[in-house]
Design a protein around this ligand. Sequence first.
Ligand code: CA
Length: 220
Amino acid sequence: MSNQTLPLSPELYQYLLRVSLREGSVLRALREETAAHAMARMQIAPEQGQFMALLVKLLGARRCLEVGVFTGYSALAIAEALPEAGELVACELNADYARIALRHWQAAGVEERIQLRLGSARDSLDALLAQGQAGSFDFAFIDADKPAYIEYYERVLELLRPGGLVAVDNVLWGGSVIDEGEQDEDTVAIRAFNERASRDERVDISLVPIGDGLLLARKR
Ligand code: CA
């Protein structure tokens, strides 16, 4: 037994996947295609996709928001967890990534639930706020350029309803958050985000050591 979060050996991780991962065929195909992509490291872990899909269902979410789509795995997991009339607003800067995502969303038959907003996520979030959509989202996932995390987080918090949840990816950043030798822009930004979230009285939080570290913050 362990009263600390257990480190996962490769064998234990494979066991976890074997006894718990329920990945649909389109999600699997998307993950396998993305594994061959030059930026494959940006792909979330499959058990993380399943975990976020469970959160979406637990929240009874109808409106979701994603900042940073990449090739669309997390968006697909979220969209499949939404009810028929549910909606995911998905922000992505890179049209090449989005093309891959769209193809798989169509294969899964959920493309009508996903409203893709190509371009700067900052602009897309500001547009949602300008359209009076503050307080209207149930769930959000932030997984985009790290130096802008705090800006995204602030906008997303406004867009969430009270009781809504934001999940922020990569908050352990491969462990480099505790390595003082790592002072690159991304690592510094993630540390700054974590420190801010840890003191943010507007939310209840939990840092879940799944994937590369997922910070959950529930708007009070
Ligand atoms: Ca990520």
